[in-house]
Design a protein around this ligand. Structure first.
Ligand SMILES: [Zn+2]
Length: 190
């Protein structure tokens, strides 16, 4: 379990004062990896008592990004080039490393990401599995659902804007079953 998962804010980011009011926001709308997201009951409004600075505190951003990416990879709509690039970068994987994992040339990955060549379904399925495997160390979402992914039908690219994806915080027992920690999880649409 990474330290970031339990990190809490201890001082104002503007003046450093440890005195602030903290209020839970029931629904916070934001954009993560280019997708509109609604974050339920996990984000705090921080109101500094010293300098009046107001900020939004989203806990465990790396975990949230991984959960959003994993959720997207489990959806059937074909990835467009921009989505592929944003999701790849969020894993820290370089284009050349992804190419090697998929046994294609870096130029091919570049053409996929620039929408110059569509990914074949088999390549996309393999890509999704490999990226999800990397993400599984950062999010518990779909960790044991690889079979569903293998069976996933890949449909045409979704035209237009994505609908809101919903996420909330749940307590999850870690792999060693020692700690129960809050993590981001996909929620059904409210
Ligand atoms: Zn302050």
């Amino acid at each position: 379990m990474s330290k970031t998962a339990t990190r809490t804010m201890t001082s104002c980011s503007a003046c450093g004062s440890p005195k602030f009011n903290r209020t839970r926001i029931l629904e916070h709308e934001d954009t993560v990896l280019g997708y509109p997201v609604m974050l339920h009951d996990g984000v705090d409004l921080i109101d500094c008592l010293n300098c009046d600075h107001i900020a939004i505190f989203i806990p465990d951003m790396p975990g949230l990004i991984a959960t959003v990416a994993a959720s997207r990879l489990m959806m059937g709509e074909k990835l467009n080039g921009r989505e592929l690039q944003l999701i790849r970068k969020s894993t820290g994987l370089k284009a050349v490393d992804l190419a090697q994992k998929l046994d294609v040339t870096p130029e091919t990955v570049s053409r996929w990401e620039n929408n110059k060549e569509p990914m074949r379904h088999e390549a996309e399925r393999s890509l999704r599995l490999k990226v999800l495997n990397i993400l599984s160390t950062r999010t518990h979402v779909f960790r044991e659902d690889y079979e569903a992914l293998i069976a996933l039908d890949i449909n045409p690219i979704r035209p237009g804007k994505w609908p809101l994806m919903h996420f909330h915080r749940v307590k999850v027992r870690d792999v060693d079953k020692r700690n129960v920690e809050p993590q981001w999880e996909t929620a059904l649409a409210a």
